[in-house]
Structure formats: structure tokens, C-alpha cells
Design a protein around this ligand. Sequence first.
Ligand code: GLA
Length: 375
Amino acid sequence: MNRDQALAGFATHWSGTPRVFRAPGRINVIGEHTDYCGGLVMPAAIDRWCWVAAAANGTGRLRLAAHDLGQTVDLDLESLSPRGDWSDYVAGVAKVLLEEGIEVPGADLWISSEVPIGAGVSSSAALEVASLQALLALAGQTADPMQTALWAQAAENRFVGMPCGIMDQFASANGLQGSALILDCRSLEMTPAALPEDAVFLLVNSMAPHVLADGEYRARRADCEAAVETLGVDSLRNVVDLDAALSRLQGGPALRCLHVVSENARVLAAAEAMAAGDLVTLGDLMTQSHASLRDNMEVSVPLVDQLAEIARQTPGVFGARMMGGGFGGSVIALVDRARAAEAQAAIVEDYGKVLGRVPDAFVCRAVAGAGEVIA
Ligand code: GLA
């Protein structure tokens, strides 16, 4: 997709001269199920974009055309309420902006996305961030990337009803070319981490059906909150003595606490390994992260475990783990750049036999975050 195609797409539905925005999907190198615990994450924005072309329409209505789905939706800006479909991500950001006192005008939006849906690469955050930037621009305003991310997260939490953390919207809004971003979700302090030159991040979609993902995510978050309550801390980030904490917890809350505290430590260790160009250690940390997500956070599924195992055993792979919220989605593998093509082909073939069809796979490039596409 490029700007001209977005302009042409808009013109097939609406009149007027739109402005064009795009927001990327994301990978996460390490730091999973930590963001809503005030923990550490290491995502990167990737070269798969959600495109939004938007123009004010002089009415009180928000008219949306989803190119890929062949659907249009017409909403009254004064009575936005969730419909339970993709339009909620756009209506949600409009509603949050209105609640912030921003005069969102009636607008026509044409939307098309290259961010694969259900692959755990944040297609919904990309749609939220691109729409938010578009609506804000039509209202004659701008916001810095962190504010953009916080408003987009608020839309997902309050309007869509998904109690996600800040990682996905943060990565889409703040991406940096060639770098991952270490975010401290307690302070919102961000540190760039240059990606290794000798390796690539390969994403393979498990194509496992996302079953009960939202409900299970909510349940894991509730376990973390139960642990926080028992321990009398502000968040699991503030657990200093893990053994002492574990002696006071049981069952789900104990396991989640073990995951979050150990995963935060792995993010710090991964940052050091990355800075030192130590790919073996970085890969090992990713593999350990997978084991903890499987055994302690309990968010993996058998197909994803099999895919991660296949990836790990493939020559040229330093480590692999499930990525994102879990219960399906993709595995991210750290692969020797010189062997990336053969490793990808081998993983696709071996896992394809398990799956019974060919899984989607691609090597990611880290890109700058969302913005207007001027020319
Ligand atoms: C989903 C959520 C994020 C984060 C991850 C797990 O992607 O949207 O906020 O919690 O799961 O790390």
C-alpha cells in the first residue's frame, strides 16, 4: 500500500480531499504479560501498516469504509456505542477524544490494513492509533506519541472492553527504525535498544484458532491483581523478594507472580545481551520466556508449543517463544541473518506438517511509529 492507493481507495467511497495516516503493527522481543503489572517490555514497530485516509464530511456522522472487509458503517458521533465489530476501534478513539474535550468533526474514513489479524501483531492497536491520529488531525490538533498511545489504550479498555496494557499502542505510536523500545510500564520511560545486525526476527503464525483469548487474558490479569492484593504492593513490579512473595501466594496468583517477576529480569538481561551482541544469550532468554509463559502464565496452547519447539531445533535459530497475549498467534524466533531464508523454509515445512497447511511467516523490519503520510 502507498499514499496514492489510499487516496484512490478513499475516492471510490467518498468525495473531498483526505489526509492519509498509517500506523504499524508490532513484535515483542521479550517482556510478555508484564505491561499491565507495571513491568518491562521490549516491542518494536514492524513494517506492516494500517492505513487510514480521512476527510471531514460536514455532518455529525462518522462514516467508515473497511476496504479489506468490503464493509461500510455509518455512526452518529453523538451516540457512539460498541457494536462488537472492527468499527469499535475507530468509534472508541472518537469517543475518548470527545471525552477529552476535543471537537472531533464528522468524518469519512477509508481503512485498509496490512497487519495480519489474529497473528498477535496488534492489528487492533494499529487501527486505533491510525484512526486516532486522523481524527485528531481533522480536529486541528496533535498529540505526542505517548499521549496518543494512552488515549488509544483507553479506547480499547473503556469502549472495546478489552483490559489490555499499554504495550501495543505504545509500540505502534513510538516505533523507531532499526530499534526495539524498552518501556518501563511503571514510569512510561522509554529506552531505544538497537536490534542486532547479525540476526533477524522471524515471525511464524501458528494459525491456531484463538479460543477464549479475551476471557483468559482477563483471568490472568485478575490473578495478578489478586496477588497484588495479598502482597499489599502497588503492582507485581514492586515485588522485591520473590521467595518471600511466593511463600504468601498459592495457585494461579503464585504462578503469575513468578512469571512476571522473572520476565522483568529477563527483559533487563535481554537488553544487556542485545547491547553486547550476545545472540546466544538473547535467544536463551527468549526460550526461557516461552517456558514461563507456558508453565507459569499458562497462556500457550499445544500448537504454539510445538511451533516454538520446532523453531528452536532448526539450525540457525538462537531461540524462540510465543508472542503477544497467547492462546494462538505467532512465534517469534531470533535467527542468524545469514541462515534466515533456509531456517524460515525449514520451520514452515516442519510445522506445516503438524498443522496440515502452510503457515504464514515473515522476517520483520523495525520501523518508525505512526504518522501522516505526506507524499
Ligand atoms: C496483548 C495486550 C498487551 C500485552 C500482551 C501480552 O497484546 O494487548 O497489552 O498485555 O497481550 O504481553
